[in-house]
Design a protein around this ligand. Structure first.
Ligand code: XIL
Length: 449
């Protein structure tokens, strides 16, 4: 840089003006930046499950443009790749991996060891433990070797636990004992040493008996030196039910020295979808995104299908649907804008001038004070919000309520809690904080986004 620039010193003023003009144009379009660009700028993944046969037309355009990771929704499951013993069908999985490579995307392999979607020949067979062990090792070897160096992370073991934290009774735990998990991970590491190895499960998003069992398993695997790189939290959530302990739970896994990925996010609602439910859903998506982004070892978020036309929910949960960020006609829903906003993008539905933040000091004493920010909307509404200001006089936030606040140097950023992202037209939301001060305590200007 220094060498290139040195000769141009006399032209600097004119060039700077030109550069400013050139930069201004793309910046003005930041509202429309694809999710993958926003995520990339933060060093995170934004992924989607996909169906290989659909990767053309609008579906293919969105999958390629918006996401930097892909997970085959079904194509890599055992019943898909080896429907009859020794007869392999890699067509759909190949197609997805090739699409990802053509679009500069990374791939999550899903999944090698599971109780579900196994071929009939396997589940109906009678096997000795030794035979079962060989079958499993061969399956892991065959599939991982086929995609060696091309699949970046594998959900090696899927859904090993019951809700109460005991091990699920499956063909694997029954036949091989619960150490099948350690064996599978060890075989997986040997098959492709460059792939990140995950254990993946559902209902392990908050701190509960099941996630604690997973936590204890990961801790013991680490202690034993069994290869394990990450934990997948599926996050098939219900509207309005993002666990309040999500971030805390992500953090405790990170503290064990493993990565965390939200692997299968969808947020289902009872149909029909209404404006109010879609607004709530946006807040819920925002809360999940924010929880992940708050923990550096949370590698990112993958949605389980990006469009309601390619979601498993209506088939599996009667009366529920509308769980993904795009509707059935590929129109982005409020949830899409909430993901973008969380990743630092603008939204195409900006708050406009209709929403204002008012800051006031409620109570002040020597060295400390309580502050409050009220957001009022008239002629506009918010589905998620972030309030920012500068504590130029050295004030420091010590505690906040009804928002999650972080302070870096003098700059303060407060985002809605999971339950108060919505500010309807004509409505308001208030959050508060305690902070320290010394010298002076001027009122800052708060900007909303
Ligand atoms: C689902 C697929 O999306 C459906 O198409 C299929 O019929 C059933 O499986 N947890 C997982 C995923 O780990 O593999 C499941 O995917 C959803 C629940």
């Amino acid at each position: 840089m220094r060498l290139l620039r040195s000769g141009f010193a006399p032209l600097a003023t004119g060039l700077t003006a030109l550069a400013a003009l050139l930069v201004a144009a793309p910046a003005a379009q930041a509202a429309d930046a694809p999710l993958r660009d926003l995520a990339h700028a933060k060093g995170r993944a934004i992924g989607t499950a996909v169906t290989g046969s659909k990767l053309t037309g609008t579906y293919g355009e969105i999958a390629g443009r918006e996401f930097n990771w892909l997970t085959p929704g079904n194509a890599m499951k055992w019943e898909s790749v080896e429907p009859s013993r020794g007869t392999f069908n890699w067509a759909e999985a190949d197609r997805i991996v090739e699409f990802a490579e053509a679009n500069g995307q990374q791939v999550r392999g899903h999944t090698l060891v599971w109780h579900s979607q196994n071929p009939g020949w396997l589940t109906n067979g009678t096997w000795t433990p030794a035979q079962l062990s060989t079958l499993l090792k061969d399956h892991i070897d065959t599939e991982m070797t086929r995609y060696k160096g091309r699949v970046d992370a594998w959900d090696v073991v899927n859904e090993p636990f019951n809700e109460d934290g005991t091990y699920r009774s499956t063909i694997w735990s029954n036949g091989l004992g619960t150490d099948y998990i350690a064996q599978a991970l060890t075989w997986a590491r040997a098959a492709d040493p460059s792939a990140e190895l995950y254990i993946n499960d559902y209902n392990v998003e908050g701190v509960n008996a099941k996630s604690t069992a997973l936590y204890n398993l990961v801790r013991s695997l680490k202690q034993r030196g069994v290869p394990i790189d990450g934990v997948g939290l599926q996050a098939h959530l219900i509207l309005g039910q993002v666990p309040s302990t999500l971030q805390q739970n992500i953090q405790r896994f990170a503290d064990l020295g493993v990565d965390v990925h939200i692997t299968e996010l969808d947020i289902r609602m009872q149909l029909p979808a209404t404006e109010a439910k879609l607004t709530q859903q946006a807040g819920d998506y925002r809360a999940v995104m924010d929880a992940c982004l708050a923990v550096s070892r949370c590698t990112g978020v993958t949605v389980w299908g990006f469009t309601d036309s390619d979601s498993w929910i209506p088939d599996w949960f009667e009366g529920y649907g509308a769980a993904t960020p795009y509707d059935e006609n590929f129109a982005p829903k409020p949830a899409y804008h909430a993901i973008a906003a969380s990743l630092g993008g603008g939204t195409t539905e900006p708050p406009g001038d209709g929403c204002k933040a008012t800051y006031r000091v409620v109570n002040q004493w020597g060295g400390g004070f309580t502050g409050e920010v009220r957001i009022d909307c008239t002629g506009a509404a918010l589905r998620a919000w972030t309030a920012k200001w500068d504590f130029g006089a050295g004030q420091r936030i010590t505690q906040a309520w009804n928002a999650s606040c972080t302070q870096s140097g003098t700059s303060v950023t407060c985002s809605n809690a999971s339950y108060n992202g919505t500010v309807p037209d004509g409505g308001s939301v208030t959050f508060g904080f305690n902070a320290s001060w010394s010298g002076s305590n001027p009122v800052p200007v708060v900007t909303l986004s």
